[in-house]
Design a protein around this ligand. Structure first.
Ligand SMILES: *Cc1c(COP(=O)(O)O)cnc(C)c1O
Length: 412
């Protein structure tokens, strides 16, 4: 183990021990216990402050304790929070209308978590395949990408190629075909008469912020049109401002048939996810075929409306674009100084650390000691994705801390 692995204070150690004793060990968190957050900063139980460069995997795009989003939540808390979809509520109609408008689509199917949005899209695509395209019942296939991350349900891990996510959780759901990410000709070859959808992250987040060749998504769009297959874009992590546009698909001028949204849609307050598409696709579902007790609840819808209103101004997108240019410019200077490669778009960066220098986890631990919270992924990659409200000076400071960590490791 690296000698400077951070030693938590006694209070933190106690809090961590308590969690470890009774919470299932399905995560390996950094040894920091957070108590409060404001904007891009969080404070631990000992009062130490950290710049949050993960933003809950983009669920906190608009900052911790965002006053506008909190106001919307508070106002709704005092009115009504849950009705179930057995009845109408006065927030759902405006929410789905405003979100559909933001996305340029007709309809929204609200759920809670990202994985539920993905599951919904799988069901909708299959139903569309059987009822509209005319695929024989039970034969539909969906094309997915190597390196994908779409969530943790049994069906979704069935088409993951991450052994940690998948192995030991079979039997697996059939009906998926994996092709290399970024290779449209492989998709063309994999499509047959029973293919109902191509499910794709426009930028792969968990895989290490992998940006496909610029021609990939436009080629996929053309292919889906030609072969009558739905293009389903999982924008759960890439959407709603992160990449300097409302959707990562916007960066290459592509409009998918279905957008999958989650994470930032709940403003970091409540889980809100959605499938957004046109009537000819989402309209295939009939009452009773799909649902969720909490999906579309008035509190979620009220928060979602405030998030959509924020995005409709275009300000978060513009800020992510500007700050992203600054971030990527600064990070590019670290290449050759402990960094092998930097990828990303907007305020979203995947940084490959020289494997000989340290693992991604070690770099994240050293960053934590310096007051920067980041997360490693797949070995020696770390990601930076601070809330879009981050101050430019704070962003510069975080990159300086990374440069310092790499310099120290180089002298080891
Ligand atoms: C996080 C994520 C999901 C799953 O969302 P949950 O809310 O954790 O279920 C799906 N797709 C992508 C691209 C994600 O980043």
């Amino acid at each position: 183990m690296h000698p400077s692995t951070p030693a938590p204070t006694e209070r933190q150690a106690q809090a961590i021990a308590l969690e470890d004793e009774h919470a299932a060990h399905n995560y390996h968190p950094l040894p920091v216990v957070i108590a409060e957050g404001q904007g891009a900063w969080v404070t631990d139980i000992d009062g130490r402050r950290y710049l949050d460069c993960l933003a809950a995997y983009s669920a906190v795009n608009f900052g911790h304790s965002n006053p506008v989003l909190l106001d919307a939540a508070r106002a709704q808390l005092d009115r009504i929070t849950l009705t179930s979809r057995a009845f109408h509520n006065d927030q759902l109609g405006p929410f789905v209308t405003e979100l559909a408008t933001l996305a340029g689509k007709d309809m929204v199917l609200p759920m809670n978590t990202g994985a539920e949005a993905v599951e919904t899209a799988i069901k909708v695509s299959r139903a569309w395949g059987y009822r509209v395209k005319g695929v024989q019942d039970g034969r539909a296939n969906i094309i997915v990408m190597a390196g994908n991350f779409h969530g943790r349900t049994t069906t979704i891990v069935s088409f993951s190629d991450d052994p940690d996510a998948r192995e030991g959780f079979g039997p697996y759901t059939p009906g998926f075909r994996t092709v290399p990410y970024g290779d449209a000709s492989a998709v063309a070859e994999a499509i047959d008469g029973d293919t109902v959808a191509v499910l794709v992250e426009p930028i792969q987040g968990e895989a290490g912020i992998i940006v496909p060749p610029p021609s990939f998504l436009p080629e996929l769009r053309a292919l889906c049109d030609e072969r009558r297959v739905l293009m389903v874009a999982d924008e759960i992590q890439s959407g709603l401002g992160r990449v300097g546009a409302t959707f990562a698909c916007d960066l290459v001028g592509v409009v998918p048939d279905l957008y999958l949204l989650g994470k930032a849609l709940g403003g970091g307050i409540v889980p809100v996810s959605a499938v957004v598409g046109d009537r000819d696709v989402l309209g295939v579902l009939r009452p009773g075929e799909h649902g969720s007790t909490f999906g579309g609840n008035p509190l979620a819808a009220a928060v979602g409306r405030a998030v959509v209103a924020l995005c409709a101004t275009g300000e978060p997108q513009e800020r992510a674009e500007l700050l992203g240019r600054r971030l990527h410019g600064d990070l590019a200077r670290l290449i050759g100084h402990g960094v092998r490669e930097v990828r990303g778009a907007g305020l979203w960066a995947g940084i490959d650390i020289e494997p000989a220098l340290a693992t991604g986890r070690e770099v994240c631990e050293l960053l934590m000691e310096r007051g920067v919270l980041a997360k490693d992924t797949r070995g020696s990659t770390i990601r930076l994705a601070p809330p879009i409200v981050v101050e430019p000076g704070d962003l510069d400071w975080a990159v300086e801390q990374l440069a310092e960590v790499l310099r120290e490791l180089g002298e080891r």
